[in-house]
Design a protein around this ligand. Structure first.
Ligand SMILES: Cc1ncc(COP(=O)(O)O)c(C=O)c1O
Length: 474
């Protein structure tokens, strides 16, 4: 006997027919009442099934007309675009950030933080380099440093572009205090309060908060968990000139883990160039691929300097040194000014240590090991979710990064799960933090960054129990 709830059985049957094109894009589905009679189900069960399909982006309700099949994923329809909105930041965010900012040990463990754990970072090598750099050049402590960054460091990071077939030149780069600062500088340089910025949906919460603090509005672009932002929807969103900048994570987005195909990246670069809308690309997870090759950023397809490429060494080498950089293309001089105004410069000592680490040849070795560990931690996470979570949970296996995005049936409350798990010292990130409107309450993000241990397995099992309780009656 099928133990799945009746509404999910119906939703699965319809979804399978849509996948096999029994119902094609634009086709009208039988009405709720017709479906109720055909399947001998209650009206509310059929309604729940339709809501579930809507939530998955497979069908949509048209007022006074019924339910219609949506175009395939990655080709979001025009009517899926919402109006630009101001960002309503969930008050929960500060508590969440405070929990994650506890010093080690003491921080909430589990599945919240998306950054390589201490044991997998090259702490000892960096410590030696730090002591030695201080001994050799104590004057760096008494110097403000260059606003655009240390040349030796910039030479080293420019070399990293060879891996994805790109070109970066040291004099084009501005060193920043992580990607967060790079995003701030880029948005400040390109927008004025009241402007509209297009972002993926769901999107990284610090980006949403920055947008709010700068008095900007956000236009959410539908995003597929496999292929990333919908290019047709972006095309539609940027037709009328209201969007002043686009921000995107094309490689292993946060929270969904989506990876845009090269063809889509090329289309985005060409589209935004032709409309003269700058693209701020956050490539912080680009090095965390599970496959053979590093995915190319959109910057690799940028012919005219329209892409402001931001990344850092905070996730993979040294979160505590807070060093990132931006190649702002044709917007370079505006970014230099913004950097000077925001923080004058990035600590030179930190850049020197990282430059020496990169120059030593240790980085590729370190990354190979780190990537293998994160990929295997992610594989275990997926297996454990399959084993301990209720059958109604859905996820797409990411091809890189730390994030696993779980979708539960509508009505599931990820904030309630967050609160219950928090009391037991288990971390996770509830869906609404990734939405400017408190959406995605039935979704949550699990990070695979913390290594597996007996305790970590027990935490996941407990999370599964709590989630199962919250699913009862849905
Ligand atoms: C998509 C994304 N961008 C930027 C950051 C922050 O980067 P940094 O630590 O380099 O400021 C994060 C951290 O979680 C992230 O997920």
């Amino acid at each position: 006997m099928n133990s799945r709830p009746l509404y999910l059985q119906l939703a699965d049957d319809i979804a399978t027919q849509i996948t096999h094109r029994v119902w094609q894009a634009g086709a009208r589905l039988p009405s709720l009442r017709e479906m109720k009679n055909r399947r001998g189900l209650s009206l509310s069960t059929v309604q729940q099934a339709f809501r579930h399909l809507e939530d998955q982006g497979l069908i949509e309700a048209r007022p006074q007309s019924g339910y219609y099949v949506c175009p395939p994923r990655g080709q979001a329809p025009a009517q899926k675009l919402l109006a630009p909105t101001e960002v309503a930041v969930d008050p929960l965010l500060w508590r969440y950030v405070a929990d994650q900012s506890q010093p080690l040990p003491g921080r909430q463990y589990g599945f919240a933080t998306a950054v390589a754990p201490r044991g997998l970072l090259p702490e000892a090598a960096l410590q030696r380099l730090m002591m030695d750099s201080l001994r050799r050049q104590p004057a760096t402590l008494s110097d403000y440093g260059r606003p655009d960054g240390d040349m030796a460091f910039k030479r080293q990071v420019a070399r990293l572009a060879l891996e994805w077939g790109g070109q970066m030149y040291p004099e084009q780069l501005v060193v920043t205090q992580g990607v967060i600062e790079a995003l701030n500088l880029a948005l400040r340089a390109l927008t004025r309060p009241g402007d509209v910025v297009a972002v993926e949906s769901p999107a990284y919460f610090s980006l949403l908060y920055t947008i709010k603090e700068l008095g900007l509005r956000v236009l959410e672009i539908p995003t597929d968990p496999v292929s990333g932002i919908s290019v047709p929807a972006l095309e539609l969103a940027t037709r009328d000139g209201q969007v002043k900048a686009v921000v995107m994570v094309a490689n292993f987005s946060n929270p969904m883990g989506a990876l845009m195909p090269d063809e889509a990246k090329q289309q985005v670069a060409a589209l935004l160039e032709s409309r003269q809308i700058p693209l701020i690309e956050d490539d912080i997870y680009g090095e965390f691929y599970y496959g053979q090759q590093r995915p190319r950023p959109i910057k690799a397809f940028d012919r005219s300097g329209n892409v402001l490429y931001c990344t850092s060494l905070t996730k993979d080498v040294a979160p505590g040194l807070r060093v990132g950089w931006i190649d702002a293309g044709r917007y370079h001089s505006q970014i230099e000014v913004q950097k000077y105004l925001a923080s004058h410069s990035t600590p030179t000592l930190n850049q020197q240590v990282l430059a020496r680490f990169l120059d030593s040849g240790a980085y590729p070795r370190h990354m190979r090991r780190l990537r293998r560990s994160i990929a295997s931690q992610m594989a275990v996470l997926q297996g454990e979710v399959g084993r301990h979570f209720p059958a109604c949970v859905q996820f797409v296996a990411p091809q890189g990064g730390f994030c696993l995005w779980l979708r539960f049936p509508p009505g599931f409350d990820s904030i309630a799960l967050y609160e219950q798990a928090r009391l037991e010292g288990i971390g996770l990130t509830p869906g609404p933090l990734f939405s400017p409107r408190g959406g995605y309450r039935h979704c949550l993000r699990l990070s695979c960054a913390d290594p597996w241990s007996t305790q970590q397995h027990a935490r996941l099992q407990r999370l599964g129990q709590l989630a199962s309780q919250l699913c009862l009656g849905l």
